[in-house]
Write a protein that binds this ligand. Structure first.
Ligand code: HEC
Length: 515
């Protein structure tokens, strides 16, 4: 027992060192480090805003982007009900949320409610036979569910129990296939190793009552997303390639999953190249690896995938799937962080950018996780970093943006003073802002170096709101700091109320009572 405890502590200590080592060896920049630390500490990124969307994101012509829902920390997998409500799993808070259909047409769900709570890391979900099936990290469960009203009609009950969930890739994805059977993918415990539990790193299949479980495909390191091509019924699954073989190897994979096939992990990477750590496959006499149908760029971390019904879409989206690339965590230059479209052509599968802008030169404001198509034909994308769901609808109506008038103007001064300013103790706020300025060593970039971006005289250029926006979604290489709303205000008060010599002065920017 004690040995086990020490083992666990040692692993945790080692894990905690990874970002520091990456930083020290120059394999990662400080902005990505901040993101990794945020992720490890369970801190999300700054909330997405309509202004972020307007300024940063790009789509192919013919689509409109909206911020459908925000304030949904750690939003992971999505599933539409036939009635048009959107289910969202949040493994870290153990719940499944229901975002009521936007019946009033204001561009947001009519309500956001917790449908089921108290689950163990729920991730994959699907609806069939009057049930909502849920893949928790250690079991499959189901609950009676009325798709039309979006209401539970019974008690949640376990269906298949006894799955293992230790190690790196604990999440389980569940879908009901076109054949009515339950498909379950589970990732590996490790980066590269031989699994003790032979069900890890596989795709399994069950009858709808949970019986008859069988492994149908092996060697799938972490196939988080899968879907069936509507024109052929073929099952395709994303798969995340292993780490620690450098920035540019191996590719992440899209596999055509077929019964009885072995997809290589841990003995083969990419186009069946022997893994340098594992050596030859001891079972080589009994199995041959199946090469991926498509290679994503290394460390891009493809997660959710969905085939598109292109009715009402611009031309060029027949035989197409969209896949969410969550983005690299240990690549020296961050890569991924976008949604791509995969096009099945006579020449093979072609990958194109669909939604980009989550990463601008290493400055990261979001990480796409899953992609779902609503009954309205639009695409909904979950983001577990910004805690947001975006809606991409066909139709070139970019007015869907309608950024607020003051943000669209060239001036970044406040159109009117923010409400929180009234009655605020600006002296005390400036003092705490100054402490934060020293704590996060803002001066290292803004006062030191060859060409410091001086923050003096800011009040001529920026208002409180603009400074708060910069702190929420900074421009590279300024990192994202884990600041609360109040701390951002304190920093803004400090910055707007000091003089040219970096000493606080009173009376600027209309801030009466500053020190
Ligand atoms: C790693 C370097 C770095 C650090 C550390 C840093 N910044 Fe920045 N900051 C930048 C860069 C680069 C810009 C963008 C410059 C530009 O507009 O091109 C910027 C822009 C800003 C701006 C907008 C300035 C303008 O004129 O538009 C503000 C305000 C700001 N930073 C505040 C802060 C505060 C407060 C901190 C500490 C909590 C901080 N920065 C830490 C690099 C840094």
């Amino acid at each position: 027992m004690r040995k086990l405890l020490f083992g666990v502590l040692a692993v945790l200590a080692l894990l905690a060192c990874i970002p520091l080592v990456l930083l020290a060896t120059g394999t990662i920049n400080s902005s990505s480090l901040r993101m990794i630390l945020n992720v490890m500490a369970g801190i999300g990124g700054p909330a997405a805003t309509a202004t972020d969307l307007h300024q940063r994101f790009q789509l192919p012509p013919g689509f409109t982007l909206q911020l459908y829902a925000s304030d949904l920390p750690k939003a992971r997998f999505l599933r539409f009900t036939p009635g048009g409500d959107l289910l969202l799993s949040r493994p870290h808070s153990g719940d499944i949320m229901l975002l009521r259909k936007d019946a009033n047409g204001d561009g947001h769900p009519d309500a956001v409610v917790t449908l089921i709570g108290g689950l163990k890391r729920p991730f994959g979900m699907d609806i069939a036979n009057g049930y909502l099936y849920v893949a928790e990290s250690n079991r499959i469960g189901r609950v009676g569910f009325d798709s039309a009203s979006g209401k539970l009609t019974g008690a949640y009950e376990p269906l298949v129990e006894g799955f293992t969930d230790e190690g790196n890739h604990w999440s389980k994805t569940l879908r009901v296939g076109p054949d009515g059977l339950l498909y379950l993918s589970q990732g590996s415990t490790c980066n590269v190793c031989v699994e003790e539990d032979e069900r890890r790193a596989t795709m399994m299949r069950f009858r709808p009552d949970g019986s008859g479980g069988e492994i149908i495909a092996t060697g799938l390191r972490n196939s988080v997303g899968f879907d069936w091509a509507p024109w052929s019924g073929e099952l395709y699954a994303t798969d995340n390639g292993r780490d620690l073989l450098g920035d540019d190897f191996p590719p992440c994979e899209l596999n055509l999953v077929e019964q009885g096939h072995f997809y290589g992990w841990p003995y083969f990477n990419g186009a069946n190249l022997t893994d340098p750590d594992m050596g030859p496959d001891p079972l080589a006499g009994q199995r041959q690896p199946t090469a991926p149908a498509h290679g994503f760029r290394p460390h891009n971390a493809p997660l959710g995938i969905t085939f598109i019904d292109d009715r009402g879409w611009p031309a060029g989206y027949g035989h197409t799937a969209l896949a969410a690339l969550h983005g690299s965590w240990n690549r020296s230059t961050p890569d991924g962080y976008k949604v791509v479209s995969l096009h099945w052509t006579d020449q093979g599968i072609e990958e194109r950018d669909f939604l980009t802008g989550f990463n601008q030169d290493g400055n990261i404001i979001g990480r796409p996780v899953d992609v779902a198509q609503g009954p309205d034909g639009a695409i909904y994308i979950s983001d577990d970093y910004a805690g947001a769901i975006y809606r991409v609808s066909p139709g070139d109506n970019r007015t869907g943006w309608s950024p607020p008038a003051d943000a669209a103007a060239t001036s970044r001064l406040d159109a009117k003073p923010p409400a929180w300013l009234a009655g605020a103790d600006l002296g005390a706020m400036a003092k705490r802002g100054e402490q934060l300025y020293f704590y996060y060593d803002c001066a290292s970039c803004h006062e030191a170096g060859e060409n410091p971006k001086l923050l003096t005289g800011l009040s001529d250029r920026l208002g409180y709101n603009a400074i708060i926006e910069v702190l929420k979604a900074p421009i590279s290489p300024m990192p994202i700091f884990p600041l609360s709303d109040n701390e951002r205000r304190e920093l803004a008060v400090f910055l707007l109320n000091r003089g040219a010599g970096n000493t606080p002065v009173a009376g600027q920017a209309g801030a009466q009572g500053a020190p």
